[in-house]
Design a protein around this ligand. Structure first.
Ligand SMILES: C[S@@+](CC[C@H](N)C(=O)[O-])C[C@H]1O[C@@H](n2cnc3c(N)ncnc32)[C@H](O)[C@@H]1O
Length: 233
């Protein structure tokens, strides 16, 4: 049999969308066939579900991805901004070695109280500290004394300061180290012209900034609400 003859390709040569559309049935399949949620995170998710802001927490498959990524990277010095009740904090902390240290910052003590309760029950070997503070001030102070010293930064706080967090994280990371940014597809609104609100536009601006930033390499994943991995060159 003859091979297919090559077809003419448009000048644009746009990639073809081969990303699986995840409806609820497929999502349930994914959860049932790949997620191994530790009891402590299941308990934390149950407690968090009582709050109307529960959807701010990472979902289990994203938490598990975070645990996998961190265990592959084996970072020694970690910063997280945006703890909420601690799903991401514990997902990261579980993968850290004994020598590692992590600072997790949130501006609301009531969320940190919940996070600390579950952190104490989690199987965590590293030293993990939570701090109730404004993330922007914490990062600005750290840039003065701890520039280029972090191995991994997770950004999941307010959108208003997102571009500042990105620029500060670049200064805090060691060359070759990674940051991970959550919500970079923002419920899909980034690609929908009907949305012209402040937060959507900030996320769009961040995505464009990262895409054109010669200092970094990146990968944007359509998992959860969109996760972008950024690696400093
Ligand atoms: C999307 S939630 C974080 C979710 C969390 N990563 C998880 O997996 O559950 C965002 C958090 O950022 C915190 N936050 C918002 N603005 C902040 C700021 N300027 N400084 C510190 N924390 C802030 C909020 O209190 C909230 O808990």
């Amino acid at each position: 049999m003859l091979p297919n003859f090559p077809k003419p390709v448009s000048a644009e040569n746009r990639p073809v969308n081969r990303t699986v559309k995840v409806d609820d049935r497929l999502y349930d399949y994914l959860i049932d066939h790949s997620v191994r949620e530790p009891q402590v995170l299941e308990d934390l998710r149950r407690e968090t579900a009582q709050y109307h802001m529960a959807r701010m927490a990472l979902s289990p498959e994203v938490g598990q991805f975070l645990t996998m990524l961190v265990s592959l990277l084996n970072p020694q010095k970690v910063l997280e901004i945006g703890v909420f009740t601690g799903y991401s904090t514990i997902s990261i902390a579980r993968a850290l070695g004994e020598q590692a240290s992590m600072l997790a910052v949130d501006k609301k003590q009531m969320w940190l109280d919940i996070a600390n309760k579950y952190l104490a029950q989690a199987d965590v070997k590293a030293s993990v500290l939570t701090q109730c503070a404004d993330a922007l001030s914490v990062m600005e102070q750290k840039v003065e004394k701890e520039a280029q010293s972090y191995d991994f930064i997770f950004i999941d706080a307010d959108k208003a300061n997102l571009l500042n967090y990105y620029q500060l994280a670049k200064q805090l990371l060691k060359p070759g180290a990674c940051m991970l940014i959550d919500n970079t597809l923002w419920w899909g609104n980034v690609a929908d012209d009907d949305f012209d609100d402040k937060d959507t536009n900030i996320v769009r601006k961040l995505n464009d900034t990262i895409h054109s930033d010669p200092d970094v390499t990146l990968s944007q994943l359509p998992i959860g609400d969109g996760l972008t991995i950024v690696r400093l060159k």
